[in-house]
Design a binder for this molecule. Structure first.
Ligand code: TTP
Ligand code: MG
Length: 364
């Protein structure tokens, strides 16, 4: 007797025009302006590219990775700002904390995007859509930012659907209707079919996801390569890849840029403490223990130093992080200048065993 695997509910969440939205949040006077984040346009002679732009700027045909000079030609009246990565990272950390708290399994993918497997937790809500609305509300409350959510039974369909109603949308693909939803879409909508591989599909007449789903496996193998068969299954709506809590994660960290550079010991220690708590909580959430604990200090002149200590066995212990932070921080005394940013990081991650959980209680 074969068993059908239980149906999953997967969310893909992607922040709307992320860097630009953070800047607009912090500078309300820019709200109605076309805002472009990226290299300095230097009146049109600048080199470098657009990181992102707000939805008003997109109406001028501007998009990520476009040369900044071209963006300037399209919209000289736009406001151009350089990226402030520290700030976006802070915001991203807060958002990821919110998302992780809603998920059975959580997989951050990039600075503004994550998968959540909510198959169990979704039962606490009236519907998947109601849960997505709750998540959006929570992110708005904490960060004053909007996101778009895709809801589906697999990662690939959730990812495609989060992009269907941007900004600030929710798109739910009803279970069983995956193939029907996918069929009319351009084949380039599938994550992984990008600039290099898209022409390979197009050259053999495959333009839509439906055409890819209907293509013969042998034909795909011969014309494009073995990897194309994997995409055929995705095109058919068949994708059972799990939401993997720590795929590709080698550390858990938290950083904070101060509003004003500081040398106030109390403020610094207080900040270290909550960062240590946050890092510990996040590692615990993913059932990860860590062997290495460290701190990062960026001074007002942007000199950045990191210090870390490793233990012989992995632990999951807030007390251990706090002790290490304290020890490493002493090496910075006396401070040569004021501090712009501090961070706490744990690495050398391992999936936690029962013994480690017990050891943690004992240590804490
Ligand atoms: P995206 O999610 O691709 O873009 P976005 O959030 O700006 O807009 P959308 O509403 O369409 O999701 O990328 C997230 C951030 O990553 C983006 O705000 C800036 C950065 N980024 C770059 O710096 N360069 C790039 O080429 C891309 C695509 C993104
Ligand atoms: Mg985004």
């Amino acid at each position: 007797m074969t068993q059908t695997p239980p149906q999953r509910t997967i969310f893909h969440i992607d922040m709307d025009s992320f860097f630009a939205s953070v800047e607009k949040r912090d500078r309300p006077e820019l709200r109605e302006k076309p805002l472009i984040i990226g290299a300095d346009p230097k009146q049109g002679s600048g080199r470098g590219v657009v990181s992102t732009c707000c939805y008003i700027a997109r109406k001028f045909g501007i998009h990520s990775a476009m040369p900044i000079s071209q963006a300037y030609r399209r919209c000289p009246q736009g406001v151009y700002l350089p990226p402030d990565m520290d700030k976006y990272k802070d915001s991203s950390d807060n958002i990821m904390d919110v998302l992780a708290a809603f998920a059975d399994y959580f997989q951050p993918v990039s600075i503004d995007e994550a998968y959540l497997d909510v198959s169990h937790r979704v039962r606490e809500f009236e519907s998947p859509r109601a849960m997505a609305e709750e998540i959006k509300k929570e992110i708005w409350k904490k960060e004053r930012l909007t996101c778009s959510v895709g809801i589906a039974t697999s990662k690939s369909v959730a990812k495609i659907s989060s992009d269907m109603d941007k900004p600030n949308g929710i798109t739910e693909v009803i279970p069983g209707r995956e193939a029907e939803f996918l069929a009319p879409l351009a084949v380039g909508k599938i994550s992984g079919i990008g600039r290099k591989t898209l022409p390979l599909f197009q050259e053999c007449g495959i333009r839509t996801v439906g055409q890819l789903a209907a293509a013969q496996e042998d034909f795909l193998r011969e014309q494009i390569g073995d990897f194309a068969v994997g995409f055929k299954y995705i095109a058919m709506g068949l994708d059972n890849r799990p939401v993997q809590p720590y795929e590709g994660i080698d550390s858990v960290s938290r950083e904070r840029t101060f509003m004003k550079d500081t040398d106030d010991e109390d403020q610094l220690m207080e900040t270290f403490r909550w960062m240590a708590e946050s890092v510990h909580r996040r590692a615990l959430k993913h059932k990860l223990s860590y062997r290495t604990m460290g701190i990062k200090v960026r001074f007002s002149d942007f000199t950045t130093l990191t210090r870390e200590r490793s233990l012989s066995v992995p632990v999951s212990s807030l007390a251990a992080i706090l002790r290490t932070v304290d020890l490493l921080w002493r090496e910075f005394s006396p401070l040569p200048r004021k501090i712009r940013l501090i961070g706490v990081r744990v690495s050398g991650l391992e999936k936690m065993s029962y013994q480690q959980t017990t050891l943690d209680r004992w240590l804490d």
